[in-house]
Design a protein around this ligand. Sequence first.
Ligand code: AHG
Ligand code: MN
Ligand code: MN
Length: 354
Amino acid sequence: MSPQKQDRLITLEEFIIQGQNRFRGATGDLSQLLRDIGLAAKIISREVNKAGITNILGVAGSTNVQGEAVKKLDVFSNNQMLHALARSKIVSLVISEENEEMIRMQSSTGKYVVFMDPLDGSSNIDVNVSIGTIFGIYMRTSDNEDYPVDVDALQPGSQQVAAGYVLYGSSTIMVYTTGMGVNGFTLDPSIGEFFLSHSDIKIPEFGSFYSINEGNYSSWSPGLQKYIEYCKENDKSTSRPYTSRYIGSMVADVHRTLLKGGTFIYPESRTKPNGKLRLMYECNPMAFIIEQAGGMAIDKNGDRLMDREVKQIHQRSEVYLGSRENILACADFMKKYKSQKSGPSEKKLEEAFH
Ligand code: AHG
Ligand code: MN
Ligand code: MN
């Protein structure tokens, strides 16, 4: 790469410092925390990329709070993230998918609370499909206490000060927002640096991908069934060029949705009335990122997902997120169909959306 070109590459650290310098009076604490998470991501990425060799595959012999078989890489990733979050001494509380109880950190007066899914998409580890790490960062509200209390954890997603994910895929990319847009950094493993590769990401207003596990079709709400049927009546000659893409790793499915547009939906259903994904360390961090990129993230009533009341740190939630046009159309179907007894006629569908 020519020297001039090399000069234009910005590392994650440089970008974080530049961002911090834009804020007069910034303490640099959040910057330090993001850098520490970046370090954990590099270490996890190294393990993920050689998992097949170092026999780190397979089940760690335990189950997590969700009752799911815990894979060794889950445990490794959880430990690496916890080390990283302890380094800065500014995190007082961590809630992890891998730990039933909230983890009160040594730095009991630290001003940040962090939710995390240290390894998302675990079921895909053994078949070499992309997996990820998801995190959401909040300010403690109980700063008059010597240690964090429940109210610090039960904050709506709208209170996040930062959120991000790391995707361990064909390359390792870290995407995050601090409320001033979304940026992506790709890891150069040969030198262990993340470089700015996706600056100021904006999700397309409309996208042709819909991403949902259609194996659950029969237990969806009628409105969602109608919306997906509408997408599937795919006729390239009309303006509805929909294509289905579902990887089964939320980080990979959301990353594609962020870059290419369309929808990612994990809905409530008859068998999973609250959905499957966890509100605080899967849905809300992704909702923050998608909104910051100009998209939408809503619940089954069409309300903003990040306004959802938080009652339990591991609570599940439905999630409908993606491009504005697609999400509004989906919400329309769910509302329209709810009020009507039978599904809208084919004619009504055509009129409704053309
Ligand atoms: P995790 O591995 O952290 O438990 O998350 C798995 C989640 C998410 O990554 C993905 O979108 C979803 O499970 C897929 O669920 P289905 O297999 O039911 O479609
Ligand atoms: Mn997950
Ligand atoms: Mn997980």
